[in-house]
Design a protein around this ligand. Structure first.
Ligand SMILES: NC(=O)C1=CN([C@@H]2O[C@H](COP(=O)(O)OP(=O)(O)OC[C@H]3O[C@@H](n4cnc5c(N)ncnc54)[C@H](OP(=O)(O)O)[C@@H]3O)[C@@H](O)[C@H]2O)C=CC1
Ligand SMILES: O=C1CO[C@H](CO)[C@@H](O)[C@@H]1O
Length: 282
């Protein structure tokens, strides 16, 4: 990957820009409008949002004021847990489209799997949500569909349906690599996106990362983002700070050596959110 507009190819052939801009915890209103428009100005062409972030209206406005041709942007939305199932997913999708003021989405994701610790019929619930997403995809309302936080046992049922997931968005940063899920996704041609690539900022004070980053004249944030890319994972850094938004896009003029990649890949578990897909219950 050499620039922000370079893409990964999804299993349906659709292309997804290699760095996305995160919007969780970006306050609704002016902050979100400015963050998104600043990101687009800085060269991001992929925006990651979700109904549960409560800022879709402002994210949509940020896109609109940027006056960029729709086809040059890649926009991801997510169906929240309270909207699982066929009918509710359909309604949630229409609300997201109205809030974002868009007429198609590039990617729509199931935000969290229904899990066996929550529901006896968890597989059926996931399949019903998936059925709605498949229908919207086949109708051309969404260019690609996928999931977030799915472990291999959650993914298995969806692999047997008419349309297989194209993306799995999971927590991924130094100290949190989810090897089993990543390897399942690679084997099944599912692109992995890294949520919290900076560990929601927690990884940025890590001394080892800071000292490796300094060798390249880069920040720990830039190192984390570049490290995701060199692992074949699509990072979604978030910031509301203009200088950081620009900094996080400046990751294409250096290459982490194999030795440093191995050192980072070998870090002990640290900095994780502690949100386990089978244990959280929002
Ligand atoms: N599917 C899912 O379940 C989930 C998806 N996500 C997605 O992933 C995105 C990224 O994850 P998120 O947890 O938000 O956080 P990140 O790992 O991207 O970290 C963001 C935090 O780091 C700070 N930061 C960003 N860049 C820098 C920098 N260069 N130097 C210093 N500090 C910096 C930000 O501060 P500031 O903004 O103040 O500049 C913010 O506090 C989300 O926004 C969301 O889109 C996240 C969680 C779960
Ligand atoms: O995207 C998200 C951000 O993190 C939250 C956890 O507090 C989740 O609700 C959600 O997965």
């Amino acid at each position: 990957m050499k620039k922000m507009t370079d893409t990964f190819k999804l299993n349906n052939g659709y292309e997804i820009p290699c760095v996305g801009f995160g919007t969780w915890q970006t306050p609704d209103g002016d902050t979100a409008i400015k963050a998104v428009s600043e990101a687009i100005r800085a060269g991001y062409c992929h925006i990651d949002t979700a109904a549960c972030y409560g800022n879709e209206t402002s994210v949509g406005k940020g896109i609109k004021v940027s006056c960029v041709e729709r086809s040059r942007l890649f926009v991801t939305g997510k169906v929240w847990n309270s909207d699982r199932g066929y009918g509710k997913t359909m309604v949630a999708f229409e609300k997201t489209m109205a809030d974002l003021e868009l007429d198609y989405l590039d990617l729509y994701l199931i935000h969290w799997p229904a899990s066996s610790t929550q529901f006896e019929d968890w597989e059926q619930i996931n399949l019903e949500t998936w059925r709605a997403m498949t229908e919207l995809y086949k109708a051309g309302r969404i260019k690609a569909i996928g999931v977030c936080n799915f472990l291999p046992h959650h993914l298995k049922a969806l692999m047997e349906t008419e349309v297989q997931p194209m993306v799995n968005q999971i927590e991924f940063h130094p100290g949190q690599m989810q090897e089993e899920t990543v390897s399942y996704c690679k084997d099944h041609n599912i692109i992995v996106e890294a949520w919290s690539p900076l560990g929601t900022g927690r990884m940025l004070s890590n001394e080892m990362l800071k000292s490796i980053a300094a060798k390249y004249g880069k920040s720990a944030a830039q190192l984390c983002i570049r490290w995701c890319l060199q692992n074949g994972i699509l990072p979604l850094p978030k910031s509301v700070t203009p200088s950081r938004i620009i900094e996080n896009a400046d990751v294409f003029d250096f290459e982490i050596t194999n030795e440093d990649m191995e050192a980072i890949n070998g870090m002990e578990y640290c900095g994780g959110s502690g949100l386990h897909p089978d244990k959280v219950d929002f």
